[in-house]
Write a protein that binds this ligand. Structure first.
Ligand code: CUA
Length: 145
């Protein structure tokens, strides 16, 4: 191995370390919520909103060509929502700009991100993964009152 290769490998290794420590720092110190994969032993074929207690919800999104199910949900201000997403067909995305939610919707897997809605308003849920002809129309809404 020549000197140039060694240097390139060391730089690549250092960049990998910086990347992993940046993610750890964001999660632990800055309290950033990163999406996670959860075991997928109970697939669902319909989206739904489940209320667990006064301000805790589970929102099960089914992404499909070219809509989200459920298309619109209403929750009270201050709700803490576990957002689950999977896909019924091709790969989709789930993006909520204001809440920094950026998830992938992949058939056969289930992604989860927990979000607190502490400001009233209409939050647009958009697909950010090109998924075919009507990709740009694939939207949903979370209304926080
Ligand atoms: Cu679904 Cu783009």
């Amino acid at each position: 191995m020549d000197r140039f290769e060694k240097t390139a490998l060391m730089i690549a290794g250092a960049m990998l370390m910086i990347f992993f420590f940046s993610v750890l720092y964001a999660v632990k110190q800055r309290d950033r919520n990163v999406p996670q994969c959860v075991p997928y032993d109970q697939p669902y074929s319909k989206g739904k909103l489940v209320q667990l207690d006064a301000n805790t919800y589970q929102l099960y999104y089914l992404a499909k060509m070219w809509s989200f199910d459920p298309p619109t949900v209403e929750i009270p201000l201050g709700s803490v929502v576990d957002i689950f997403v999977t896909s019924a067909d091709v790969v989709h995305g789930l993006h909520i700009v204001e809440k920094k939610v950026n998830m992938m919707a992949v058939g056969g897997s289930l992604n989860l991100q927990t979000v607190t809605f502490d400001k009233p308003g209409v939050y647009k849920v958009t697909c950010h993964e090109f998924c075919g002809m009507a990709h740009q129309t694939m939207q949903g809404e979370i209304i926080v009152k």
